[in-house]
Design a protein around this ligand. Structure first.
Ligand SMILES: NC(=O)C[C@H](N)C(=O)O
Length: 359
């Protein structure tokens, strides 16, 4: 991999590599895959081959990414587009997600396109993937992929991750599975996959929700399918959503000695929704609770979620005393995505609870 990748001793300026819009002459039997690039570490460069933190994300163009993996041409007809060029930890926004989702929809609506791969920074990859899972309408494969080491690193993980993602996007097995996250030879659903490690290559996991499968030798093997509704069965539709439709939703992280200050600040900032990442089974500190009750009185929807990675917060019905919606087993950052979308339809906590049960 590293020999076909950029020589780490000579970090290359974007301009020095010939970029091209001309892909291989179309080979009949290969799937047509669109790569939509958004930046991230997969397109990042460092100043030495051992720099694995503090590098610059989103430097390489998508054509540079595919030039680094020549065997991609053997498995797909690839075309590329740069949708954003950001570090997803510092610069991802609702606007970027909306723009990307509209692009994904546009590509998949083209009968000639067989699947889409999105290259993305890993920090907020799970949020973008879940947004796409709930808003794009297509049963064609949609695969989101990133890397933990920059392209210039020894044993960079980007090339194989990208190869696997393209193989997955071109497979018939991935059809109808919703948006998939493919990293480190694993396949996970956008809903149930999340980042669990700050720097290691094996940074994404599904924990108790389980993975969907693995990729070996460029072949995807599925063992499970997502049970929660997605893509073609979703009530949310990116063709009808703009950035302006998405209300402010804040996440409040609970802790010992907590109080209502952050909740009040969120309400003052105009939040229409608050995800309360409580302790344990969605516990809310007694000093925070009055703030959340007042928020509800002011028309804010409160989701009772947890900061604990596994287990669920009592499901299926709202907290009748306080009109808080229970999150089920979705983590706070994904709950923010779902609540933003739910608020485009209703402010009724009972209806929003139904969305949390379904998606
Ligand atoms: N590994 C990565 O991609 C991290 C990077 N900060 C990003 O999210 O863009």
């Amino acid at each position: 991999i590293s020999s076909s990748y950029i020589d780490p001793s000579h970090p290359v300026e974007a301009k020095q590599i010939t970029t091209s819009n001309t892909t291989n002459p179309v080979k009949k039997k290969l799937p047509n895959i669109k790569i939509l690039a958004t930046g991230g570490t997969i397109a990042g460069t460092g100043s030495t081959s051992t720099q694995t933190t503090g590098y610059q994300a989103g430097v390489l163009t998508p054509d540079q990414l595919i030039e680094a993996v020549p065997t991609l041409r053997d498995i797909a007809n690839i075309s590329t587009e740069q949708v954003a060029r950001i570090d997803s930890g510092t610069s991802n926004t609702n606007a970027v997600m909306v723009k990307l989702a509209k692009e994904v929809q546009k590509e998949l609506d083209d009968p000639k396109c067989d699947g889409v791969v999105i290259t993305h920074g890993t920090d907020t990859l799970e949020e973008t993937a879940y947004f796409l899972n709930l808003t794009v309408h297509s049963d064609k494969p949609i695969v989101v992929v990133g890397a933990m080491r920059p392209s210039t690193s020894i044993s960079a993980d980007g090339p194989l991750n990208l190869y696997n993602a393209v193989a997955l996007a071109g497979s018939k097995e991935a059809r109808g599975m919703g948006v998939l996250i493919s990293m480190n030879d694993k396949i996970g659903s956008a809903r149930d996959t999340f980042k669990t490690n700050t720097t290691e290559v094996d940074a994404f996991d599904n924990q108790e929700n389980g993975s969907l499968g693995n990729i070996q030798g460029g072949i995807p093997y599925f063992y499970n399918m997502p049970i929660k509704k997605h893509t073609t069965e979703s009530e949310f539709d990116i063709r009808k959503i703009t950035e302006d439709n998405l209300h402010r939703v804040d996440i409040v992280y609970s802790h010992a000695n907590d109080d209502r200050v952050i909740v009040d600040a969120a309400v003052a900032a105009g939040a229409k929704g608050i995800i309360h990442a409580g302790t344990g089974n969605g516990s809310i500190h007694e000093k925070t609770l009055p703030g959340l009750k007042d928020a509800v009185k002011n028309g804010v929807v409160v989701i009772r979620d947890t900061r604990v990675p596994e287990g669920m917060v009592t499901h299926e019905q709202i907290d009748v005393d306080n009109h808080f919606v229970n999150s089920g087993n979705i983590n706070p950052q994904k709950a923010r995505i779902l609540l933003m979308l739910a608020l485009t339809k209703t402010e009724d906590p009972n209806k929003i609870q139904a969305y949390f049960n379904k998606y």
